[in-house]
Structure formats: structure tokens, C-alpha cells
Design a protein around this ligand. Sequence first.
Ligand code: COA
Length: 249
Amino acid sequence: MTNAILLERECGLLTLRLNRPDKKNALTRAMYSQLADALQQADANPEINAILITGSSQCFTAGNDIADFLEEPPSDLASPVFQFMRSLLECRKPVIAAVAGAAVGIGTTLLLHCDLVYISADAKLRMPFVNLGLCPEFGSSLILPRLLGQAKAAELLLLGEGFSGEQAAEWGIATAALSNGEAALAKAREMALRFETLAPEAVRISKQLMKAPDREQLRTVIEEEGNLFVQRLRSPEAIAALSGFINRT
Ligand code: COA
């Protein structure tokens, strides 16, 4: 058993805290599985009203564990990373993220599927998929061009340019940018606890309505991206780039 995912309960709020500080909260297969289980159980538990995903006040997550990508890359759409993201996408309850420091790769992508995102203004987001010989994932190739326009989205997805928490809030990727990581977590917790006082069924139906128009298209795009991502992970381009990170001095 690992404590790389900490589960904390406060009234009807479940917090999932990424806790692998020595590796910048890089996500392993085991961590994805724990996150998927926790999300599914929370969704089914009538005592839970909202779920908060966070890291530390220094780092959200450095994305998928790169050693894992090389040693045990996801083989199909049933792999742990897909189970986690499916659980997030299908969660009927509000999911709130509190973000500080690095939010790389899936650390940025997953924010596109949270309902509310509170972020430190100086957070560092980046989707370096092409830089690693990979491709966009989990609907980002659909969502980002719609949100930002094709030209800006290309800078993020084709060049892998980084951006700040402040920019994420300006562009609608985050709900609001706060002065630092502690402030982002405090705001996220405050807003998540508001769901204690709101009628759960009304919240559930409202979320469902907000997600419904894009659901089918998103599913199709995610499947297409997922199949290509799984192939890309085995490509010489990706293996060279991922090995370059592992072997850096
Ligand atoms: N997978 C595996 N290990 C990772 C990791 C990842 N995604 N990101 C960081 N680590 C490890 C480093 O190898 C290092 O381990 P070590 O101390 O055993 O050598 C440790 O975490 C600290 O990382 P470091 O790079 O020294 O920290 P930093 O503060 O200088 O930089 C990041 C932080 C997140 C900017 C940088 O680590 C990074 O770019 N990571 C890779 C991000 C990435 O490409 N993710 C995959 C996207 S698909």
C-alpha cells in the first residue's frame, strides 16, 4: 500500500491529495488506480457532496511518471490512466481542483475536466506532449482550440509552450488565480464546502446539463487521442525523448 494519494474527509467534502513530493507528485499506475477507485466510491457515496483534488502548496503534479511510461506504458484504453480519467469525466458530483507550482502534462489536462479550478497565479502549466514525441490527450485537442482559438491553442499543444496560473484564469482554464498556493487551496476548500448547503440532486442535474452537449463528441475524440497516444508511446521519437529525461544529468 502506498500513501502517495491521501484521502481526507471534512463533512461531505473528500479531498484527494497527491503526495509524492520526492518525484514532484508524478503519477504512477498505482496512483491512477487509487484515484479512480476514490472517485468512483465518492460518486456512489450519498454522504459526499464534492471532491477536491490537490497536490502540495509547492507542486500540483509533474504529470505521468516518465519511468512508468517507458517501463509499463498503457497498453489500451482499460489501463489505469484511462480508468482515472474516465472516473473524472463521468463523476456526477462537483470536482474542484486547487493548483500550485508545476501542473505538467495530465496535470494540466485533468483541469479541463474539473468543475472549478483555483490556482496560484505563479503556477506553471505545460502540455509538452509533442516535445516528448506524444500527442494531446483526454479531449484537449478539442477543448483547447474551442476555448482559446486555434492559433493560441497551437502554441500550447504544438509547441508545448508553458503558461502561468494567471493566464490559465484569464483564458478560462481556471476559475480564479490567487496570490499563492495556500490561498488557492483555501479558496478551493471554501467553494467546495458550499456544496454542503446546496441540494445535491439539483447540483447533479445541473452538472449533467452543462456536460451533455459535448459528451458524445468528447468520448469520440478521447478514444481517438487515446489510441494514438498508446501508439506514440512505443514510437522511436517518444522513447528517445522520454529516455532523455530519465538520463539527464
Ligand atoms: N516522472 C518521473 N519522475 C519525475 C517526473 C516525471 N514526470 N517529474 C519529475 N520527476 C522527478 C525527477 O526525475 C527528480 O527525481 P530525482 O531527484 O530522483 O532525480 C525529481 O522528480 C525532482 O524533479 P526536478 O526536475 O529535479 O525538479 P524541478 O523542480 O527542477 O522541476 C519539473 C520540476 C516538473 C518542471 C520537472 O521535473 C519536469 O519537467 N518534469 C517532467 C514533466 C513532464 O514532462 N511530464 C510528463 C508530461 S507527459
